[in-house]
Design a protein around this ligand. Structure first.
Ligand code: ADP
Length: 469
């Protein structure tokens, strides 16, 4: 039997993706938290350095006032590098009283709000971003004596650059973690879904007619063992129901057939007895006909239910479909000619399939019979057999009454008859039996029809691999 190779691929994939999403989210939260902590630590270290700078400048204050600070400040800045640090002393309105070389600090503005907010106890801190490439500066506004404000700015490049590097590493680790989670999630989900595959495979095996198929009950997991047990118990119950029903059907059909056969025989005996009254003769004839018809219908119903329930006994052999259709055309030609219908046959080769010859004959005969039955005088029927690629196609086209569009979806159902007037013989079982037999052979049956113009039935059977060129 054909095993399902990817029965729950999408479910497994969705589970793997969900796991990856959870792992991704956890990693993102962790990385963001760690990164924020490290940035805040780095700022704390820079702020400590800024406070140290402020106390150093405060210790340089002399009685000559802040204006005398310019020289010592310049030395301080030069010692650390004027592009890395900058000092400015100003009053509360931002007028600069002393400053170091600010050539590389033109971009750093004076924050009026900071000037107003800074107090002797609580200096004001801010981070100012120059640009993404050159990074930011950390700035302190601290109150010196006599209400002068000292602004010290330090480039945080050295402190924050390693963190930026860390950000890239986090991204790479995160991407790797997500891929790993997808892989692991996929494997875990596939393993977890193995029991589902077993259920599906068992169900498919049963659908193919192997009613004895069961799931293996032994499993390492107690839940799966219970699932297998429950599934098997359900199948046992259904199978015993089906068996009971089949036995009942069989005995009922057998009894009915026996009674009908007896009635048939009795009516035939009555017919052959002489002398026989005219009225009795016509009654006997109709009993013979009706019982034969009923017997035929009963056989068809039995055959149909055996095929549909998958219990039909089949004996497949090599069947020459072309020869079979020639034989059927010859058989129906008599009736067709009587009705003035031209029955043509067309085939270029001998198409061979593997099948049950008797059932195939019944199925195809029903189609040709219908074509003759539903085609009026001077009509035409064309029967074709073709071997095309991997299929053998039999088509039966007629120029008959056609099938109304609204009836087309139902014509393969049991007891359905599109011809509501019931002017022609039939019980509406021919096409359902034909379709069941075609299905049994792995083929399919299609119909195209236009009311008043005719119908075309196409039956395709798979060609056995040995006949493929
Ligand atoms: P029936 O015994 O009524 O022919 P079938 O199962 O063989 O039962 O066909 C079902 C219905 O499909 C028929 O009653 C008829 O209305 C329609 N049908 C089948 N074949 C043809 C055809 N070749 N042309 C027109 N109608 C058709």
């Amino acid at each position: 039997m054909k095993k399902t190779s990817r029965p729950s691929a999408s479910l497994a994939f969705r589970l793997a993706l969900s796991l990856a999403a959870v792992v991704g989210a956890c990693l993102a939260v962790t990385f963001v938290a760690v990164y924020a902590l490290m940035v805040s630590n780095a700022h704390r270290r820079v702020d400590e350095q800024l406070r140290h700078e402020v106390s150093e400048v405060a210790s340089l204050l002399s009685p000559q006032g802040v204006e005398a600070l310019e020289g010592p400040l310049a030395r301080l800045a030069q010692a650390e590098g004027t592009d890395l640090v900058c000092y400015r002393v100003m009053d509360r309105v931002g007028a600069v009283l002393a400053k170091t070389d600010t050539a590389s600090w033109q971009w750093l503005t004076i924050n009026r709000q900071a000037l107003a907010a800074a107090t002797r106890e609580q200096p004001y801190y801010e981070s100012v971003l120059r640009n993404t490439k050159e990074g930011e500066a950390r700035v302190i506004y601290a109150v010196l004596s006599d209400d002068r404000i000292l602004q010290v700015a330090i480039r945080t490049f050295h402190e924050l650059e390693p963190l930026r590097d860390l950000r890239h590493r986090f991204l790479v680790i995160g991407a790797f973690g997500v891929c790993l989670a997808i892989g692991v999630g996929w494997i875990v989900a596939k393993r977890a879904l193995v029991p589902l595959e077993a259920v599906t495979d068992t169900a498919l095996t049963i659908a193919e007619g192997h009613f004895e198929a069961r799931m293996k009950p032994e499993s390492r997991d107690i839940e799966l063992e219970r699932l297998a047990g429950a599934f098997n118990a359900m199948l046992d119950r259904i199978q015993s129901f089906v068996r009971e029903l089949r036995d009942l059907n069989d005995s009922l059909a057998h009894d009915l057939r026996t009674v009908l056969a007896r009635i048939h025989l009795a009516a035939e005996r009555l017919l052959s007895s002489r002398p026989i009254a005219e009225e009795q003769e016509s009654l006997a004839v109709s009993i013979v006909e009706e019982s034969a018809d009923l017997l035929g219908t009963l056989n068809t119903i039995m055959d149909l239910s055996e095929i549909n329930t998958g219990v039909a006994q089949t004996q497949f052999s090599s069947v020459d479909v072309t020869a079979l259709m020639v034989e059927l055309c010859e058989f129906f030609e008599v009736t067709a000619t009587e009705k003035g219908i031209a029955l043509e046959f067309d085939s270029t080769d001998h198409a061979v399939i593997s099948g049950d010859p008797n059932r195939l004959r019944r199925a195809l005969a029903n189609i040709v019979d219908n074509a003759v039955k539903y085609t009026s005088r001077s009509g035409k029927i064309l029967v074709k057999v073709r071997s095309e690629n991997e299929v053998v196609a039999v088509s039966v086209e007629d120029s008959g009454v056609g099938i109304p569009e609204e009836a087309l979806p139902y014509i393969f159902e049991r007891f359905y008859r599109a011809d509501k007037s019931r002017s022609r013989e039939g019980h509406g079982l021919g096409l359902s039996l034909a379709a069941a037999i075609v299905n049994l052979h792995g083929g399919n049956i299609q119909v195209q029809s236009e009311e008043g113009k005719g119908s075309a039935f196409t039956i395709s059977f798979p060609r056995p691999p040995s006949t493929l060129g």
